[in-house]
Design a protein around this ligand. Structure first.
Ligand code: ADP
Ligand code: MG
Length: 591
C-alpha cells in the first residue's frame, strides 16, 4: 500500500554495493574462475623472465633446449588457464543476469496497478532485456579481470623497479598521468551510457504504443509522424552511444600513448646505457618485453573501467524498478477467523460505505462518497454516463487501488483486511476490453484456475456459448489466440473472458460490458450467460444495454462519482429522470 513516505524513492544504495549483492550469490564460480585467470596472468608474467634467460643462454653459447621447454610449458599452461578462467566467470555472469532478471520479472509482474498506470511498458521491457545484459560482463570478468590486470601491472612495475630504477622512474611518470586522466573520463562514460539506455527505453515505449494502436495509426495516416518520433529516439540512442564511444576511445589513447612514449624513452635511455656498458643487453630486452607485456593488462584495465561504468549505469536503471511498489505475494491480510468461509460456499456480499477515491493525489476525486450494497444471488447493474466511476468500482473491489476514505467490504470485511490472493480468488473479473493473453484458448481459460478439470472446461465453454467458436478454430481448445494466432471478435473475446472468470467458480462475478454494440445473436448469448451466472452467484455488471438492465434485480445509477438512485428498471423509470433519459437514449438505442 503506498504511503506518503513510499512515494519518494528511498535513497539508492551505491551501485557498487548493489553489484556486490548480485555477484556474491555466485561467488564460488566467480572465485574459481577468477583464481584460474589470475594464475594464468601470473604465468604470463614469467614469460619475459624466461625470455631473458633464453637470450642470456644464447649469449653464453649454451644449449637452448631447457629454457625453450620452460617457455613452451609456460605458454601452454598460461593459455589454458587464460581460457578456462574467463569461461567460468562468464558462466557466473550469465547466472548473475538470470538472478537479476528473475528478481525483475517477479517485481514487474507483481507491480501495483497504480505504478503500471504511470510507467512506460516499453521502457520496462528494455530494463529487463538490455540493461540486465549490460550487467553480465561487469558482474563477471570485469571486476576480477580488472583486479587481475591491476596485479599484473603492479607485478610488472615491481619487476621493472628490480631490473632498473632509472627506466622504472620514466615509466612511473607515465602511469601517474594515465591514472589522473582516467578519473576524469570514467564518470562521463557512465553518464553517456545512462542516456543511451534511456533513449532505447523511450524507443521501446513509443513502439509499444504504436503497436497497441496500430489501426488508429494507419487510419490516421500517421505512419510518417510516428516514424519520425521513433527515428528521433533511435538517433538519440546513437548520439549518446557515440558520446560514450568518444570517451572510451579517449581512455584508450590516454592509456596507450604514454606506454608507447615510455617504450621509446626506455629504448633510447636503455640503449645508451647498454652501449656504455652500464647495462646488460638482456636486462634492456627484459624491460622492453615487460613494457610490451603490460600493454595487455593496461588495455584490459581500461576496458574493465569502461565496462564498470556501463554496468553501474545499468544497475542504476534496474534499481529504479526495484524501488517501485509491488504487491506482497505473501500478503496475510487481517481476516477475522469467523469470515474464513471455504471458497465456493455461495455468493459473496459487496458493500460500499461512503467511499471517496482519487487515482493519485494530484488528480481530482472520481468517487465522492459512494454507498451501495449487493448480496445474494442475482444481477446488480451499474449504469450511468461515461466517466461516472463505474469501472473504478470494480477496481476498488479487486483492490487494484485502496479507497481514499470510506470502506469497500466483501463479506463484511474491508478489502484491505483480506489476504489479497483469497480476495481475488473468490472474484471472477471480466475487463471492459476483455483482452486475451498470448497462448492457446485452453491456456487462456485455465490461467485463472490451473486445477480445472476437462469437465470443468467443457462446462464453462457451454455456459459461455463458446462451443461454436471452439468447433470452428483449427485445433479447437488448443488453437492459438492472440499473437500469431486467430484474432477473436470483441464478442468472442468477452465470452472467453467470462468463461475464464467462471472457471474459478467465483463467489462474485464482476463484468464490465464493452460499450461497443454486439450483434443480436451475441447480445442474446451474453445476456443468457449472465442470467445463468446470476442463478448461482452474485453478479455485478457495468451495463450499457437495455436487455442487461431490464433483467437486473437491482440497478445502481452512478453520476459524477455519486450513487444517485437504486432500484429496479420499473422503479427507476418512475422516479429518476437521469435514468429515464439514459434508458431513453443510451440504453434504448441498443434495443
Ligand atoms: P466509467 O467506467 O463510469 O466510464 P471510470 O471508472 O472508468 O468511469 O472512470 C472514472 C474517472 O476516472 C474518469 O474521469 C477517468 O478519466 C478517471 N480514470 C479512470 N482510470 C484512471 C486511471 N487509471 N488513472 C487516472 N484516472 C483514471
Ligand atoms: Mg467503464
Amino acid at each position: 500500500t503506498p504511503t506518503p513516505e513510499a512515494a519518494e524513492a528511498p535513497p539508492a544504495r551505491a551501485p557498487i554495493t548493489r553489484l556486490w549483492a548480485y555477484a556474491r550469490q555466485h561467488l564460488r564460480l566467480l572465485v574459481i574462475g577468477g583464481a584460474l585467470s589470475f594464475a594464468g596472468g601470473l604465468v604470463g608474467l614469467v614469460q619475459p623472465l624466461i625470455a631473458m634467460d633464453v637470450i642470456d643462454t644464447l649469449s653464453a653459447n649454451e644449449s637452448l633446449t631447457r629454457p625453450l621447454l620452460y617457455l613452451g610449458a609456460v605458454v601452454l599452461v598460461g593459455g589454458a588457464l587464460g581460457a578456462l578462467g574467463p569461461y567460468l566467470m562468464q558462466i557466473a555472469g550469465q547466472d548473475v543476469v538470470l538472478t537479476v532478471r528473475k528478481q525483475l520479472i517477479d517485481r514487474l509482474v507483481r507491480l501495483e496497478v497504480a505504478e503500471v498506470d504511470r510507467l512506460k511498458p516499453g521502457d520496462l521491457v528494455s530494463r529487463l532485456s538490455s540493461d540486465t545484459n549490460l550487467l553480465r560482463t561487469v558482474a563477471s570478468t570485469t571486476v576480477i579481470g580488472g583486479v587481475t590486470d591491476g596485479f599484473m601491472i603492479l607485478g610488472g612495475i615491481a619487476l621493472m623497479a628490480w631490473l632498473d630504477l632509472a627506466l622504472f622512474g620514466t615509466t612511473m611518470a607515465m602511469v601517474a598521468f594515465v591514472t589522473v586522466t582516467m578519473l576524469f573520463i570514467m564518470p562521463r562514460i557512465q553518464n553517456a551510457t545512462v542516456a543511451s539506455q534511456k533513449a532505447l527505453g523511450d524507443m521501446g515505449s513509443l513502439l509499444e504504443r504504436i503497436f497497441s494502436a496500430f489501426r488508429t495509426v494507419k487510419a490516421s495516416s500517421a505512419e510518417d509522424h510516428e516514424i519520425g518520433r521513433l527515428d528521433k529516439a533511435a538517433t538519440a540512442a546513437r548520439d549518446t552511444g557515440v558520446k560514450a564511444s568518444f570517451w572510451e576511445a579517449l581512455a584508450g589513447v590516454v592509456a596507450f600513448l604514454p606506454v608507447n612514449i615510455a617504450f621509446l624513452l626506455v629504448l633510447g635511455v636503455g640503449g645508451a646505457r647498454v652501449a656504455s656498458g652500464a647495462m646488460e643487453v638482456g636486462t634492456l630486452i627484459g624491460f622492453l618485453l615487460l613494457l610490451f607485456y603490460l600493454m595487455g593488462p593496461i588495455n584490459g584495465l581500461v576496458a574493465s573501467l569502461s565496462q564498470l561504468q556501463t554496468g553501474l549505469a545499468a544497475i542504476h536503471r534496474i534499481e529504479e524498478v526495484e524501488n517501485l511498489d509491488a504487491e506482497e505475494a505473501s500478503d496475510e491480510g487481517n481476516l477475522p477467523e469467523a469470515v474464513r468461509i471455504p471458497v465456493g460456499s455461495g455468493p459473496a456480499q459487496v458493500t460500499f460505505e461512503n467511499v471517496t477515491f482519487r487515482y493519485a493525489e494530484d488528480l481530482p476525486y472520481v468517487h465522492h462518497g459512494v454507498t451501495f450494497a449487493s448480496s445474494g444471488r442475482g444481477l446488480t447493474a451499474l449504469v450511468g454516463p461515461s466517466g461516472a466511476g463505474k469501472t473504478t468500482v470494480f477496481s476498488l473491489i479487486e483492490r487494484f487501488y485502496p479507497a481514499t476514505t470510506g470502506s469497500v467490504k466483501v463479506d463484511g470485511v474491508d478489502v484491505v483486511d483480506w489476504p489479497l490472493a483469497e480476495l481475488r480468488g473468490l472474484i471472477g473479473y471480466v475487463e471492459q476490453d476483455a483482452p486475451v493473453l498470448d497462448g492457446t484458448l485452453r491456456e487462456n481459460l485455465v490461467m485463472a484456475a490451473p486445477e480445472a478439470t476437462e469437465a470443468d472446461i467443457d462446462e464453462v465453454v457451454t455456459v459461455a456459448r463458446l462451443t461454436e467458436l471452439v468447433g470452428k478454430l483449427p485445433d479447437g481448445l488448443d488453437s492459438r489466440i492472440g499473437y500469431r494466432g486467430t484474432t477473436l471478435s470483441g464478442g468472442e473475446r468477452q465470452r472467453v473472458a467470462i468463461a475464464r472468470a467462471l472457471l474459478r467458480k467465483p463467489r462474485l462475478l464482476l463484468l464490465d460490458e464493452a460499450t461497443s454494440q454486439l450483434d443480436a445473436a451475441n447480445e442474446a448469448a451474453l445476456k443468457q450467460v449472465m442470467l445463468d451466472a446470476a442463478e448461482r452467484t452474485n453478479v455485478l455488471v457495468v451495463a450499457h444495454r437495455l436487455s442487461t438492465v431490464t433483467s437486473a434485480d437491482q440497478i445502481v445509477v452512478f453520476d459524477a462519482g455519486l450513487v444517485r438512485a437504486v432500484g429496479t428498471h420499473a422503479e427507476l423509470v418512475e422516479k429518476d429522470d437521469l435514468y429515464r433519459d439514459l434508458a431513453a437514449s443510451q440504453l434504448l438505442t441498443a434495443a
